[in-house]
Design a protein around this ligand. Structure first.
Ligand SMILES: [Fe+2]
Length: 397
């Protein structure tokens, strides 16, 4: 079978979802390559549609033209993140080296170090279950594009290395191997190693020296999102830099913003209910409830924390894996007869955490909007909703 190929028009980026078609597991194990922040909902929808469980979210390199959703996908699906070890993506739970294999059900992909576009760039080879046969698919990131290749003029790029990666590493795959690139700007979707050997406008018929001269003369404009995207991608797309214009600890942006209607308990399935940040705060202050902040230690450190809350992560980096100490921690934190209100970043992750607390016998509520709400159209949080936005107490450090 072919991978599911998805396209982000704003950055011309291809994202790929691969799954184990023959798996008897339900949902079936899957992985995603180079997911894009703005396409999170689409990708979650595809996973739901095909009945897939995401095992891995993989980067081919630290991108300069879009922000990854790998960290968010890990939060939503429980997938682990993987990235080339030389890309500085320190939040990825698996740091890939050349030849490493990632399994999803009975299927696997193998990492090939193909530096040049960036020093750490990798391609991924998918056998598609035919272990004794030639590889059938290669995901080339920005190393080899259809009829072209990625640029080499920033992010530890090297034209010499790229020439070697394309002509020695990728071109040693069988001619029939399907090439799935990281981008295309002309509406093309796939190629083959054989077709690229004979028809790649950058490489075919050029010596190393000629290729280096050609790449050196390209004089491309800087990617629009370089400064923003690379640091964000080195954190798997999570934790945008702290914005000091968004109000500081003692001067809340928007005090008393909740209305009476919002301060009622919304019914929920599997736990006691959803509550507004203000109502959770009131319950907590009156001693009716314990406030538990289930964000990761890193999020609290980057984004800010609520003084006096119980800090107990539901999932933790690296890889956003379930915190094995959650059950014991929450039972120890909540005295008999008290409610527990659970706070996460946007009010989503605290839902499974509340369900689990309810299974453990607690009267558990999810705090809607979380600490800083969903991102707005400029990807800034704390502008639409959330604990901070509502003027409730918090501190940066
Ligand atoms: Fe790139």
């Amino acid at each position: 079978m072919n991978p599911i190929q998805l396209f982000d028009p704003a950055s011309s980026t291809f994202t790929y979802i691969l799954f184990d078609e023959a798996s008897t597991e339900s949902p079936r194990p899957a992985l995603i390559i180079d997911p894009v922040d703005e396409q999170l909902e689409r990708d979650l929808g595809v996973l739901r549609h095909y009945g897939l469980k995401l095992i891995w979210a993989i980067e081919t390199h630290a991108h300069a033209d879009h922000i990854t959703s790998a960290g968010l996908l890990a939060e939503h699906t429980g997938a682990q993140t993987a990235a080339p070890d030389a890309c500085g993506i320190t939040t990825a739970s698996r740091q890939l080296k050349d030849g490493d294999v990632l399994h999803f059900g009975g299927q696997s992909v193998k990492a090939l170090h193909t530096p040049g576009h960036t020093g750490g760039s990798m391609s991924l080879v998918w056998q598609n279950g035919q272990a004794n046969e030639a590889p059938t698919h290669v995901f080339t990131g920005d190393t080899l594009l259809i009829g072209g290749c990625g640029r080499t003029d920033f992010q530890s790029g090297s034209s010499e290395m790229l020439y070697n990666s394309i002509t020695k590493v990728l071109f040693s795959l069988p001619d029939s191997t399907t090439v799935w690139p990281g981008h295309d700007y002309k509406g093309q979707t796939q190629s083959t190693i054989g077709a690229e050997k004979v028809g790649n406008a950058r490489v075919t018929g050029r010596s190393l020296e000629e290729f280096v001269a050609l790449m050196g003369a390209l004089d491309l404009p800087k990617p629009k999102r370089l400064e923003e995207a690379v640091p964000a991608n080195q954190r798997s797309g999570l934790a945008q830099p702290i914005r000091h214009d968004a109000g500081d600890a003692n001067t809340p942006l928007n005090s008393g913003n909740t209305t009476k209607e919002e301060d009622t308990v919304q019914p929920a399935e599997g736990y006691a209910g959803d509550v507004s940040p203000q109502l959770a705060f009131d319950w907590w202050q009156s001693g009716e409830a314990v406030l538990v902040d289930i964000r990761t230690d890193a999020e609290r450190a980057w984004v800010g924390f609520v003084p006096g809350a119980v800090d107990l992560a539901w999932k933790q980096w690296p890889g956003m894996v379930a915190n094995p100490a959650y059950d014991d921690g929450i039972l120890a934190a909540v005295p008999k007869g008290k409610k527990v209100v659970l706070l996460c970043r946007s009010g989503l992750r605290s839902i499974p955490a509340a369900k689990r607390a309810a299974e453990l016998g607690l009267e558990a509520y999810n705090i809607m909007e979380g600490f800083e709400g969903d991102p707005n159209s400029n990807a800034h949080r704390n502008r639409l909703a959330g604990w901070r936005y509502r003027g409730l107490p918090w501190r940066q450090n």
